[in-house]
Design a protein around this ligand. Structure first.
Ligand code: 5AD
Ligand code: SF4
Length: 472
């Protein structure tokens, strides 16, 4: 566990962190122990990264971290809105926190992230979840101390809206979960408006961090022992667009890959329409860039791609993939696929299956289309019944599982460099780690290797996992 906390550059934020410190000190005196914060995260890596800043900010405000909400004096729920299922689950969990508040009236419940970027969810929390104290949407962490300080001072419940913080604030305190795997957001928001997606509405317009600020953070991470650094953005390929500096994502990646140290750079997500040859060339040229690409196709049908507002055809996508494979034949490629988009016919779906056979991804993240209120696709004709969506989803997964297994079989007998994550979640006698291609490897060894690179020879493979032995 790393407990690194940076001081925020933003003066307003520092002032309110100080104000909350006054309340936490008083609470500590009254209760005889320091107040605790429980941070719960749903959704994507961007949320994981945001939660590390929320935890860091809470620590700076005088809270100790806890894994158990029952003992918390502050609960922060960082939510996802990409699919309805995630929202429903989150709301039911928030519902259970009511009982904790009944036992501990000092408890403050804060809800943040994409779900509360939507007006109808804010209203729902306001009306039907009276024990929720404050909500703030993604990209507004800087106002969290102010909102909390005001609530602790006896102020009313408050519900911030996405427009409140258009600026990027650097050096918000951070508490990193891992000392050797780190997230670094390079940009926030999305301008693409894919017709199914809620993200542009809740995360706002694209804003890129200055390259110097990113380099400084990456340098500090390398110095503190980070081995695996993932650069994050909703569409990293539009990094630097509409900003006052002149630096593309390929240039940023190249610059970071030239830093000294034993580390690998990963990044996600690349929008196929903006993935350039220049970017692929940097991945091929630089040892420190992991040989891996996440390039979401979403659908193999041009008709559906157009209805999704994706701005590429299957052939354009495959052209980029062919160039990538030509330059990096051993790299892994992963994708996101949505089944059951409105109007998707059996023929469209079969085009997606055919695309999987052609692309031969190492792995896909497959999603059943979920209508999101306020997005164009939710209003489209031809919504697909659940049974059809489910049946297509099963066929998609079955096909990809075959391909993933075949791709893994090709790794039998190979020696792979694995970053060890410690004792395996599924087997306490084994260790687990990930390759540069982001494949999970399970092997026997000493837990002291956690956070180090080890060479593993692959001896057995499954659809999702590789098994191996430390190379002698
Ligand atoms: N329904 C299903 N999947 C979705 N995604 C985004 N919005 C939706 C939705 N409304 C998927 C896309 C995206 C991934 C992060 O989530 O595939 O790439
Ligand atoms: Fe959503 Fe499309 Fe933006 Fe990705 S690129 S976050 S799918 S709108």
């Amino acid at each position: 566990m790393s407990h690194k906390v940076y001081l925020p550059a933003d003066a307003g934020m520092i002032e309110y962190i100080g104000a909350v410190r006054g309340f936490t000190a008083e609470l500590e005196k009254r209760k005889g122990s320091a107040p605790r914060v429980f941070v719960q995260t749903f959704g994507c890596q961007q949320n994981e990264a945001d939660s590390e800043r929320l935890a860091g900010t809470a620590v700076a405000m005088g809270y100790l971290l806890t894994d158990d909400p029952q003992f918390a004096d502050l609960i922060i729920v960082n939510t996802c809105a990409v699919r309805e299922h995630a929202e429903k689950r989150t709301l039911s969990i928030i519902g259970q926190y009511k009982h904790i508040k009944e036992k501990n009236p000092d408890l403050v419940i804060a809800v943040c992230g994409c779900m509360v970027g939507q007006a109808h969810r804010r209203d729902e929390l306001k009306m039907r979840y009276p024990y929720v104290d404050i909500t703030f949407p993604p990209g507004t962490i800087q106002i969290f101390p102010k909102m909390l300080a005001e609530r602790l001072a006896g102020g009313r419940r408050s519900f911030a809206v996405p427009e409140e913080c258009p600026e990027i604030v650097e050096e918000i305190p951070v508490h990193r979960e891992s000392s050797y795997r780190a997230w670094v957001s390079v940009m926030y928001g999305c301008n693409n408006f894919c017709t199914y997606c809620i993200v542009p509405y809740v995360r706002g317009r694209e804003r890129s961090r200055r390259p110097e600020a990113i380099e400084k953070e990456v340098l500090e991470l390398i110095k503190s022992g980070a081995r695996d650094i993932t650069l994050l953005g909703q569409n990293v390929n539009s990094y630097g667009k509409n900003s006052e500096f002149d630096c593309s994502f390929a240039e940023l990646l190249d610059r970071l890959a030239c830093l000294e140290g034993d580390f690998k750079l990963h990044f996600m997500t690349s929008h196929p329409k903006d993935a350039t040859r220049e970017l692929i060339d940097v991945i091929a040229k630089r040892d420190k860039v992991a040989k891996q690409l996440h390039l979401p196709l979403q659908s193999g049908s041009d008709r559906i791609l157009s209805a999704m507002n994706r701005h590429y055809t299957l052939e354009q996508y495959m052209g980029k993939l062919d160039y990538f494979r030509e330059k990096l034949p051993d790299a892994s490629v992963t994708s996101d696929i949505i089944v059951g988009f409105p109007g998707e016919t059996e023929e469209d779906f079969e085009a997606t299956l055919e695309a999987l056979r052609r692309a031969r991804y190492d792995r896909i993240f497959s999603f059943i289309y979920s209508p999101r209120k306020g997005t164009p696709a939710a209003e489209m004709d031809g919504q697909i019944p659940d049974d059809v969506k489910n049946e297509r989803f099963s066929r998609l997964v079955a096909l990809q599982n075959e391909i993933s297994l075949e791709k893994n079989q090709a790794l039998l007998g190979k020696a792979l460099r694995v970053l060890c994550d410690g004792v395996s979640k599924n087997d306490p006698d084994m260790l687990e780690g990930r390759t540069e291609q982001d494949k999970i490897v399970i092997f026997k060894g000493d837990a002291a290797m956690t956070g180090q690179f080890v060479e593993i020879v692959v001896t057995r493979v499954e659809t999702f996992n590789l098994y191996g032995e430390i190379k002698k």
